[in-house]
Design a protein around this ligand. Structure first.
Ligand code: CUA
Length: 200
């Protein structure tokens, strides 16, 4: 029974607000511009929505945390486990560590036209990673795993650039990825033994 008077109060408030709004004089020209700006906002929200649902452009982090100070003790990001791997379901997972001033492993070979899931972590400070001609552009925040799925459109050498200022060596922080034609690429052999062949 408490709800009824509350509802009436809200309705009254809304009605008052609408009457006040109608009482405001808005110039014709101003009205036009308000409409244009609202349409623009709608357009941008629409673009973001389409990108998110149909082009796979999503925030990179699923707020998955990791202890950046002990990556070497972490099973997933231990040195032998870095680089390209194919999981049981045939998906290609690439684990990379960013640290002042390089990306590790320094060099990897991946197939073109194939979805690749990159998992990035930082071992020290905030870094960024940008790979031109792909959707790969993300911050690598210490303490979090940045996961992005991308596809390289055609074979070639792709630069991997750090795009967050991380110190004096920031502009030297880059590495590269060799993208090989799909049919020429062979999955690296998974070696649980020390000194795996995945990393250079
Ligand atoms: Cu790492 Cu800039």
């Amino acid at each position: 029974m408490q709800i009824e008077p509350l509802k009436q109060k809200y309705e009254q408030c809304l009605r008052d607000f609408l009457t006040q709004l109608r009482a405001i004089h808005i110039d014709q020209l101003e009205r036009k511009w308000i409409t244009i700006s609202l349409l623009m906002i709608g357009l941008f929200v629409g673009i973001i929505t389409i990108d998110a649902f149909f082009h796979g452009v999503n925030p990179p982090s699923k707020v998955e945390t990791i202890d950046s100070a002990s990556l070497h003790l972490n099973k997933e990001f231990a040195e032998d486990n870095l680089g390209v791997q194919v999981d049981d379901k045939g998906a290609i997972i690439i684990r990379m560590v960013a640290g002042r001033y390089s990306f590790f492993p320094k060099h990897i070979d991946v197939p073109a036209e194939t979805p690749l899931t990159f998992r990035w972590v930082s071992m020290d400070v905030l870094h960024g990673v940008h790979i031109p001609m792909t959707n790969m552009s993300t911050m690598i925040v210490p303490g979090y795993v940045a996961e992005i799925t991308t596809t390289f459109p055609k074979p070639g050498e792709y630069p991997v650039l750090c795009n967050e200022f991380c110190g004096l060596g920031h502009n030297h922080m880059w590495s590269n990825i060799s993208v090989i034609a799909k049919e020429d690429w062979t999955a690296p052999v998974k070696s649980p033994v020390k000194g795996g062949s995945n990393n250079e």
